[in-house]
Write a protein that binds this ligand. Structure first.
Ligand code: FA5
Length: 361
């Protein structure tokens, strides 16, 4: 084979390879071009290399030198094309990112409707001069029952109506109030339970604070009630307690009416009514209902909870003198009030954690 012919083949190959690498539109096309020209087995360069053996012996050094130059040139052209592609992709990506777009919608968390209701209630009662206090959710017999004038034989203590803790037993006399009770009561082991009402906090506050007191307490309470549209085994109560000289039922009704009017503000006409009832820790005792008439003329009554004048036995149990001071107390269901405000018809919706429901508040 003549040297000139071999060199012409090499020149043609360089030009074709350069054009093929330059024209490759994506990584796959560039790889295909690499295999076509530089492929170790059947590449075009390999093909041309076979001609080297046929070149006259005297021309071989020159032919071999040129072959190596062409090979390096094609390899360099491929590397350059590869780099162009990598830079090009990056540039393309940068161009595709539009910083002026508004961005993906972000799903924000929000406060649970019960948390919102509690915050609102604290705010309203705070403006009426009531300080928010907290008490433990695991309670002893003294605070949940005994100091609240609930005798040992009272059905409210029934194990079927309370979440007693199986293992926890207080040693006799452990609870602070037990000191003032009979030796009989002290002798018996005192069970612990999940508190069934926030009235426990009344006792804790009065035990540690001389009158006057004016507090509210909001928190979880537990009862083994079967869950239905209006009952749940764990729910929240707002407890109110005011003890001072000369406190009457009229004060109780005024505070509850002001509370309801503030809470349900927004055009609805709100009234509070008392129905005679019984609680061991208040005398007299009432059920508190609230009525409303909304803009559409709809009218209804909602049972909110219980209330009454603090029983003299309770005042005595915490060391207050019932001849000196009187007081009122109330305990309302937070879920029921929240449900009425938002038109929620099933209490279970509040605890199913369905984001579609929770997002609405
Ligand atoms: C009491 O718990 C008394 N401690 C209230 C009280 C306090 C009376 C201070 C006098 C003085 P009662 O068991 O009725 O009362 O419960 C009060 C309110 O809690 C009910 O009216 C209702 O709104 C709510 N409630 C009761 N059980 C459930 C339940 N399983 N699920 C949701 N809410 C409930």
């Amino acid at each position: 084979m003549a040297l000139a012919e071999f060199l012409a083949d090499l020149d043609a190959l360089v030009a074709e390879a350069d054009a093929a690498f330059a024209a490759a539109a994506d990584d796959a096309a560039l790889e295909a071009a690499r295999i076509e020209y530089l492929g170790a087995k059947a590449g075009r360069l390999k093909d041309v290399q076979k001609g080297l053996g046929k070149v006259d012996k005297a021309d071989k050094p020159a032919a071999g030198k040129r072959f190596n130059e062409v090979k390096q040139s094609i390899e360099a052209a491929f590397a350059a094309a590869q780099e162009r592609r990598a830079n090009g992709a990056a540039t393309h990506q940068r161009e595709a990112f539009d910083f002026t777009l508004p961005g993906q919608p972000v799903r924000l968390g929000r406060l649970h409707p019960i948390t919102q209701t509690i915050a609102e209630m604290k705010d309203i009662m705070g403006r009426l001069g009531f300080t928010a206090v907290e008490g433990p959710e695991i309670e002893d017999d003294w605070h949940n029952f005994e100091a609240l004038n609930i005798p040992r034989s009272h059905p409210a203590r029934d194990p079927l109506d309370n979440f007693y803790l199986a293992t926890a037993q207080l040693a006799p006399g452990d609870s602070p109030g037990a000191k003032s009770k009979s030796s009989d009561a002290k002798a018996a082991a005192k069970p612990l339970l999940l508190r069934s009402q926030t009235s426990t906090v009344q006792i804790r506050v009065m035990e540690s604070t001389p009158p006057p007191v004016r507090i509210i307490s909001l928190g979880r309470v537990y009862r083994p009630d079967t869950a239905d549209a209006t009952h749940y085994p764990m729910f929240h109560q707002i407890e109110g307690l005011l003890v001072d000289r000369g406190v009457t039922m009229a004060d109780l009704k005024s505070v509850l009416r002001l509370f309801c009017q503030s809470y349900f503000a927004g055009g609805d006409e709100v009234h509070v009514r008392f129905r005679p009832s019984f609680f061991p820790f208040t005398e007299p005792s009432v059920e508190v209902d609230m009525s409303w008439t909304n803009a559409a003329g709809e009218h209804g009554w909602l049972e909110m909870g219980g209330a009454g004048m603090v029983d003299p036995n309770v005042l005595r149990a915490v060391g207050y003198d019932p001849e000196e001071v009187t007081g009122f107390a109330f305990g309302l269901g937070v879920e029921r009030i929240c449900m009425r405000q938002h038109g929620i018809t099933d209490i279970r919706a509040l605890y199913e954690n369905d984001v579609r429901f929770l997002e609405q508040f």
